[in-house]
Design a protein around this ligand. Structure first.
Ligand SMILES: [Zn+2]
Length: 128
C-alpha cells in the first residue's frame, strides 16, 4: 500500500484523534501514513479556536501538507486528480479517475461483477 508523508507546517505540535489513533506531529516534522488514511486525515475538519481579537489561534490551525513518497498508482502517477474516494469496491484500490477505475475493474474483477448485463457489455468491449 502506498504511503504519503504528512508535514506539520505550523510552529506548534499538531494533535488530533483520528479514528482510534492519537495523531501527534511535531512542528516542522512529519509522519507517514497509508495513502488512503492520510488523504482522509487531511480532509477532516477541526473547528478553529479564536482569540480575543477574533483571529484563529495558531494552535488550532491545521497547517498540514502532504508529500507523496511513493507512486500511488502502478503506472507511476503520483497524485490523484482529486482527493475524493474513488475506490474499487472489490479490492479497495484507489483509482485516479473513473476511466482508471473502469479499466482496473475490467482487468481484475469482471468475473465478480454482480450486474450480468454490464458484465457482458464489458466482456464484449474487451474483445474488440
Ligand atoms: Zn479492485
Amino acid at each position: 500500500m502506498p504511503q504519503i508523508r504528512i508535514w506539520n507546517d505550523n510552529t506548534v505540535p499538531y494533535k488530533e484523534l483520528f479514528g482510534d489513533d492519537q495523531i501527534n506531529i511535531l512542528p516542522g516534522k512529519f509522519i507517514d501514513m497509508e495513502a488512503d488514511d492520510g488523504i482522509r486525515f487531511l480532509g477532516t475538519y477541526n473547528q478553529p479556536k479564536f482569540d480575543g481579537m477574533g483571529n484563529p489561534t495558531t494552535e488550532s490551525l491545521k497547517m498540514l501538507r502532504k508529500e507523496i513518497i511513493e507512486p500511488l498508482f502502478d503506472d507511476g502517477t503520483m497524485m490523484p486528480k482529486h482527493d475524493g474516494d474513488l475506490k474499487c469496491t472489490v479490492c479497495g484500490k484507489v483509482c485516479v479517475d473513473q476511466e482508471h477505475l473502469d479499466g482496473h475493474i475490467n482487468a481484475n474483477h469482471l468475473d465478480a461483477m454482480a450486474d450480468k448485463n454490464e458484465q457482458a457489455k464489458r466482456l464484449k468491449g474487451k474483445r474488440r
